[in-house]
Design a protein around this ligand. Structure first.
Ligand SMILES: Cc1cc2nc3c(=O)[nH]c(=O)nc-3n(C[C@H](O)[C@H](O)[C@H](O)COP(=O)(O)OP(=O)(O)OC[C@H]3O[C@@H](n4cnc5c(N)ncnc54)[C@H](O)[C@@H]3O)c2cc1C
Length: 469
């Protein structure tokens, strides 16, 4: 949380917003402003001038219109679980917190769809949809808002089977920077009509428009599953087995790779008893126990060929659910072990055949730089994470941490991958955008931004690199 002194709020804007939305919907209190100054990233907090809580699309239109009149920047706010500074209001201005736009507007169970407001939280949605036997597949681990997941194109452990958020949204309602409301897409699962504005907005991190409604694609909750935790001699060996499983066409629902220290921390903190080895968490879901069991048997053979040293299967509902909860807690487990450290997360993704190579490279670089290199990731998607921690008071360690991050990202780009598989660009990855996409493509992105937000008010200084870079 920032210690910086509060800037004075534009009084006309404050009065205008209160008149339009009501007193209870606007706050200039120091506490609220500080609470809306930082996300899960390591970037410095920036305190907004005021915070608003819209309850409807009309409220959002009023906010955007007043902001444009006063030339005030607007930053959307979901659950602030972003890892790259996306939600930090770097130019101060207005933070639009969508927490009160959290209604599930319709469940079209017969079409496997739901229409929701952006502030609905992932776990609330999951609970509500369970009565229909349906679920929304993207699962970033954190209890993120649907609006934040759309803005960041969040993915998580189930993306290999179901795709990231971009593959699971059919239609949007969006308030543009000029206050116009547009509808994108339709409820048809097949769409081939015009430019795909839905997919342009998804992943735009609140820089092109504010999402006020979304129609989501749902899936039946799988009734049958087979899950295993498999230990290997090296992380790269586990990655090789993951590659073999995908190559055999087995289509796992989840295929997570973990450095042995993550397994050790889980055993220590959560009472599991898995062999402390580089591991794969594998899950198959399907229409019968026979189908999922057969797939797991085949995966076991592939793992054994790849040198698996342990294979723990036969997990029941409870154990399996606890296992995924533990997996989601990985980030906080290593943070707990180094109090006072600052942590940034690597999120590179490469073509799946390069997965063993990028892991081996990341681990070697970490060792060479004298930093812990505890890789974990979504092996099915070639997407790896590594928590890079440093003592903020140790300039040398901080410099090495930055160097490690740069080396891994540059290697991923060299391997025709991306600087971000799922966390997004925010502030942190802007400097890699030209290297990844090329200057002409960045110019096209800049032209889109300028056309939709000529005053540069929507989440400024995010995604696109500094114009001078
Ligand atoms: C423990 C942990 C694990 C994680 N694991 C994963 C993972 O496995 N996979 C993954 O993909 N991510 C992961 N994340 C990152 C994060 O959860 C996702 O990026 C998530 O989508 C952010 O959602 P949020 O609601 O917190 O959004 P916020 O952080 O509040 O905002 C994200 C962006 O969305 C914008 N925004 C918010 N609402 C709107 C709106 N209505 N319209 C337009 N823009 C809006 C904000 O301005 C900001 O730019 C993890 C985070 C944590 C803390």
């Amino acid at each position: 949380m920032s210690e910086e002194p509060l800037r004075p709020t534009n009084p006309d804007l404050f009065e205008g917003l209160k008149a339009a939305l009501g007193e209870q919907a606007v706050s200039v209190s120091g506490a609220e402003r500080h609470l809306h100054s930082q996300d899960e990233s390591t970037y410095p907090a920036v305190v907004p001038d005021l915070v608003v809580w819209p309850q409807s699309t009309d409220d959002v239109v009023q906010i955007v219109t007043l902001a444009a009149e006063h030339g005030e920047p607007i930053t959307g706010w979901g659950a602030a679980s972003s890892s790259e500074g996306h939600a930090i209001p770097v130019k101060h201005g207005i933070v639009v917190d969508f927490a009160r736009m959290n209604r599930i507007l319709a469940v079209h169970a017969e079409d496997f769809q739901a229409t929701v407001q952006p502030g609905v939280l992932r776990l609330d949605l999951e609970k509500h949809l369970s009565q229909y036997g349906l679920f929304f597949a993207p699962d970033p681990g954190a209890n993120a808002s649907v609006g934040g997941m759309i803005a960041n194109n969040a993915a998580g452990i189930r993306a290999h089977k179901y795709g990231a958020t971009r593959s699971n949204v059919l239609a949007l309602e969006v308030v543009l920077a000029n206050g116009e409301v547009i509808k994108t897409g339709s409820r048809s699962v097949k769409q081939s009509s015009g430019y795909d504005l839905t997919r342009l907005i998804i992943g735009s991190e609140g820089t092109l428009g504010l999402v006020t409604e979304a129609t989501l694609k749902l899936h039946p909750v799988p009734q049958h599953f087979a899950t295993a935790v498999v230990g290997f001699g090296t992380v790269a060996g586990a990655a090789q087995a993951a590659y073999g499983i995908i190559g055999a066409g087995l289509a796992p629902a989840a295929l997570e790779i973990l450095h042995q220290n993550h397994i050790r921390y889980m055993n220590e903190d959560d009472g599991s008893d898995w062999p402390v080895l580089p591991s794969l968490m594998i899950e198959f879901t399907g229409s019968s126990d026979v189908a999922t069991g057969d797939a797991l048997d085949e995966a076991r053979l592939i793992c054994e060929d790849a040198g698996a040293e342990s294979f723990t299967s036969g997990l029941g509902h409870q154990d399996r659910s606890e296992m995924w909860t533990m997996r989601h807690g990985a980030r906080y487990r290593y943070r707990r072990r180094a109090p006072g450290y600052v942590w940034s997360a690597i999120d590179v993704s490469v073509p799946i055949s390069h997965m063993p190579q990028i892991i081996a490279y990341a681990e070697k670089c970490a060792t060479d730089l004298g930093l812990p290199g505890e890789v974990l990731g979504h092996a099915g998607d070639g997407n790896i994470h590594m928590g890079i921690g440093y003592d903020p008071g140790d300039a040398d360690e901080k410099q090495r941490a930055g160097e490690l991050s740069r080396m891994i990202i540059e290697k991923a780009l060299e391997l025709e991958g991306t600087a971000s598989g799922e966390h997004g660009i925010g502030l942190g990855k802007r400097k890699y955008m030209v290297a990844e996409h090329g200057a002409p493509a960045i110019d096209v992105m800049r032209a889109i931004k300028k056309a939709l937000d000529p005053q540069n008010l929507l989440n400024p200084d995010k995604v696109l690199p500094d114009p001078l870079v």
